[in-house]
Design a protein around this ligand. Sequence first.
Ligand code: URA
Length: 445
Amino acid sequence: MAMIPAEIIARKRDGLPLSEAAIADFVGGFTRGEIADYQMAALAMAIFLRGMDVGETVALTQQMLSSGDVLSWATDTPKVDKHSTGGLGDKTSLVLAPLLACCDLQVPMISGRALGITGGTLDKLEAIPGFRTDLTLAEIQSQTERLGCVMCGATAELAPADRKLYALRDVTATVESIPLITASILSKKLAESLDSLVLDVKFGSGAFMRDIGRARQLAETLVGVSRQMGVKSAALLTDMNQPLGRMVGNAVEVHEAVAVLQGDGPADVRELVCALGAELLVAERLAADRVAADSRLQTLLDNGQAYERFAGMVAAQHGRLPAVAAAAAHDVLAPHAGYVVSIDGRLLGQAVIQLGGGRKLMTDRVDPAVGLEMQVRLGQRVERGEPVVRMFARPGSASAVEALVRQAITVEPAATAESAAPPLIVDIIAADAGGSGFADVEESL
Ligand code: URA
């Protein structure tokens, strides 16, 4: 007999753990519409305030995962994917999926849209004319096994409980809860029936979580829960106190990702792509260690194979390269000489939204042609009147956004310890599922 929803809410409200059966009843009832949104919202707030232990988080993830369909595979080729918690200028997915597909791996990469100030892979891909992101489950399965990779949105059949719960969390101030985030991310990713998953957990002003301590806790929870659910997993903890690469926007990020796929592009994007990919190659025993994995990935970027795979995926999804051209450029200039001591990612993200490159309302259309190009990095010396950011804007909108961009970049006469360029990859949190293939955490850091 199903438990009474208010009793389950009261237990969590009082700080007591929930049994697997209670979580199953609640999530099942919510998915079927038998438990009201206000009851789910109350439970989400109780979880937000009281937390969940790993066992409860595993049960919640499992129930959200089994609220819908999961992908099924005809071949044994390892299935792998990456999830990023989102950061300004993060275009690594566009490079990583085709790159891994060149390494005897298959990548069913189901992605999302822009969330808050951070961009979304689907919005970026839709800057390529004709590119279809709304594939069916059957199309996702067949393209992954035929071409080695697919990049598309979630279908209604995958983790429907997460779709409903996320909409409630968004409007009830319950997004920033580690167990809820973990169950949300993993219920969708594990519905891909993966062998290995790598997570890019970001912290800093251009990330969803500003604080490194919270980001580390999230990374450890994601890795621990994935492992308990039988999926090999590792997480990179990465700095987002400045955008990744130079470009922030949609089409401009596709152009930059294409440059990386062709063996060019910014060093930080390439470094992160290869570090994320290396975890998966080592996990799937396709490379002896991170160094060997990195070298294989670098070669595939330099010899054009990764780009060819990307172009094949785009064509299969009806896209016509190149992505649309950037809108007209307007430079924002340094007000005085000095050193770039901070870059406020939140303000830059807001600037992109104001230019039309993100959404203020869920129903807004994203303008693919607008965005920013960073001309400076943290710690860099600039002279008065030198460009610090190039804005790509529609006629009439640049001047209104310029103040926001100017405010985001702090130039001080003297360099400070904080302004020194921080390392991009701060730590790697790895775990071993059942003794198969993970590099030691301490190994190469
Ligand atoms: N991304 C998700 O998919 N879910 C969350 O809860 C937060 C970020």
